[in-house]
Design a protein around this ligand. Sequence first.
Ligand code: SF4
Length: 356
Amino acid sequence: MDKRWPDWPPKPNISYTGRKKFSECMRSWFFQYYNSMIPDEDLKARIFQQSKLMPTEALAGKVVDDTITFALFHLKHKGMLPERLDEIAMKILTEYGKFTLRWKRAIMDGRRIYDNNLQPVDRLFFDEPYTPEEKSVLKDKIRLCMANFVNSDVLEEIRSYPVESWKIPPQKECKPLPDALMREIDPLFETPSDFPAIPWFQMQDIPIYASYDFMVVNPDFAMIIDWKTGDKNRGWTFAVEQLHYYAAYVLEEYHVPPENISLQAVWLSQNAEKQIIFLNSDQLSQMKLRWEQDYKRFMQLLSDLRYGGDWRKQFPITETPYVCMRCPFRACEGYGRKSDVNLDGSLSNANEESLE
Ligand code: SF4
């Protein structure tokens, strides 16, 4: 047996995002998490790069989530919200644009750069700048979400709990803003060399990731909040499932009685409407069963591949080309079905377009 087994291939894990990706397109799941197993070196390198890209559809949500996390961090440590949250959000948005260009230039120079808070945006990487109208729509949405957050009942509710019970994801507690913005606030700020792991727990031997947005937890009560920038009508069933992951984490890590766990999806673009979801033990049990089944399946697929399987057959492209429209893996043959795009993701024309 190969000495690297079972560390190679890497052990699969279970996460809401990973399982959703797998159900939408097995190829994209493989590309995202196991691209190191692609035998073709050139394709492997391109897919690795593309696995770091953030789909443009996720950008508004990411900026809003980052800004709220910083706002709550500030409130927790300084006792007040930072001023002009909308301006901070715009700065964070701009940082995503700047980072994408730095990241791309670094690749062209054969280097790699990293910022724990940022990801390159796929459109900018592929030289598809935002039009002024698109930028305006994006910024309006972010501003609306931030204004609704500041005026929301949820913020008032959070403030009513002692800050010691607030849980900001540990990696964000360590550095809540991108490097450049942290230094603007604190010129002496030094980036931590070690970041805490993303929240996770183990069910039997299965690692489950639970990357929550914000929680209030004390020994006998927990309130788990997920900030949403999308449309409630289209997103609420997904929100229910996602919040149950975090509930499983809280049950496992903090042993809070299940009947005292409050799950809340907050629809920021819709007046910060709060959707309270009751923890459903049956649903959680069924989810755990599905996690076990999926984990076995993931293990089997990766193991088969390790012992001579054909990755193209094992991880077929999606039968729903719509999924490809918002997929960052443009080096994938599936993306070719979107006929009017530049397929090679050329690095040759780094443009100066940003999100300012
Ligand atoms: S381009 Fe389409 S088929 Fe290829 S990985 Fe992405 S979603 Fe899957």
